[in-house]
Design a protein around this ligand. Structure first.
Ligand code: NCD
Ligand code: ZN
Length: 348
């Protein structure tokens, strides 16, 4: 990576290790945003109905590829959605089809998770097949019990679910997705090579005050929800601290604006339009631009056992302002930081 006078950053083309692109018309809006910055992205399977077979994943990959603008090279990395009933033998078919991972959503934890796992023990045969095949498990790490406070759900998940799971499957590679707490950062840092974690730009930039500044701000609402400043600081320390098991995953999650600006607004922040610029802002503010390329471009491929991308992207220190909204099928999509200046701009 080069950082000439710290006004330009050129880095190996990065990847997004956690992304929602939805389906149908929505792909035309969001896939070009991601493809402009990232070489590959792990595509989350929480469609309605979810992606639960290798054949569905292949078909979905085809629809995503068809939305990549001519002249851009972008590779969707596909995942399956773990249910209580995902048969163990689907793992071999998935591996043959190039599926890279399986996603665990505790039932009811977040957007489109109704088909998720009700009891992790019901999936043990499938997890065994994954451990054997070297297929990583990607985890939405929150318990869903209503008696657990919303802000504690990640920390409790580690104790109640993740620790026993890792004891039972010590060589299953697991990624804790979009971690939001100092407890998660610490747990991952102290674990072994089988556990990694992704960090979103919004959890690195904002604490929970962002949701309530001057009134309720639904575009800052996502799951796991933004936490206190002490947690944000721990996440920045993890991202910039040089541990190769932390890597970039935006969790960019587009929703029609009218369903976020709603009495029961849905969870998800849209960041794909400016993701790499937002991460650059985080690393710059932390005085850690020297760690940026490892986090964005090297650590993810290393964990997944994939080659790094060839080619580079360049960011320039230049203020620009994302638009108020994008067309999103028949609806509108409001991106994070819409109408608010960003200090870094992707220029090549
Ligand atoms: C995601 C979505 O909208 O699909 N929402 C979110 O708040 N992050 C689901 C998820 O990753 O939890
Ligand atoms: Zn997600």
């Amino acid at each position: 990576m080069s950082t000439q006078a710290l006004n330009h950053i050129t880095l190996t083309r990065p990847d997004d290790w956690h992304l929602h692109v939805r389906d149908g018309e929505a792909l035309r809006t969001v896939v070009p945003h991601t493809a402009a910055q990232f070489g590959r992205a792990i595509i989350m399977p929480n469609l309605k109905p979810p992606v639960t077979t290798a054949a569905q994943a292949l078909a979905y990959a085809g629809r995503i590829r068809a939305a990549v603008p001519v002249g851009m090279a972008f590779e969707p990395l596909m995942t399956l959605y773990l249910t209580d009933k995902l048969p163990a033998d689907e793992i071999a078919r998935a591996k043959d089809a190039g599926v890279v991972a399986v996603k665990l959503y505790p039932a009811g934890a977040t957007t489109n998770s109704d088909a998720g796992v009700t009891d992790i023990r019901k999936t043990y045969k499938t997890l065994e097949a994954m451990q054997k095949a070297g297929m990583p498990l990607l985890v939405h790490g929150e318990v869903t019990s209503p008696e657990i406070d919303l802000f504690d759900r990640e920390a409790v998940f580690i104790e109640q679910q993740l620790q026993p799971l890792r004891k039972d499957f010590p060589e299953l590679r697991i990624v804790m997705e979009h971690i939001t707490t100092k407890e998660a950062a610490q747990y991952v840092a102290e674990s072994d090579q089988y556990l990694g974690a992704t960090l979103t730009a919004h959890h690195l930039l904002y604490n929970r005050n962002a949701i309530f500044t001057g009134g309720i701000r639904p575009h800052y609402y996502c799951l796991p929800v933004l936490k206190r400043e002490v947690h944000r600081q721990a996440l920045v320390a993890a991202a910039t601290g040089g541990n190769a098991r932390f890597f970039l995953g935006t969790d960019s999650a587009p929703h029609p604006a009218h369903l976020k600006e709603h009495a029961t607004g849905c969870a998800g922040c849209y960041t794909a339009h400016a993701a790499i610029e937002m991460y650059a802002e985080v690393f710059d503010a932390a005085g850690a631009l020297d760690q940026f390329e490892a986090f964005a471009s090297f650590n993810g491929p290393a964990f997944y056992g994939l080659p790094r991308n060839s080619g580079t992207i360049t960011l320039k220190r230049e203020s620009w302002t994302p638009p108020e909204s994008f067309a999103f099928g028949e609806a509108e999509l409001k991106p994070l930081r819409s109408g608010e200046a960003l200090p870094w701009k992707l220029v090549g």
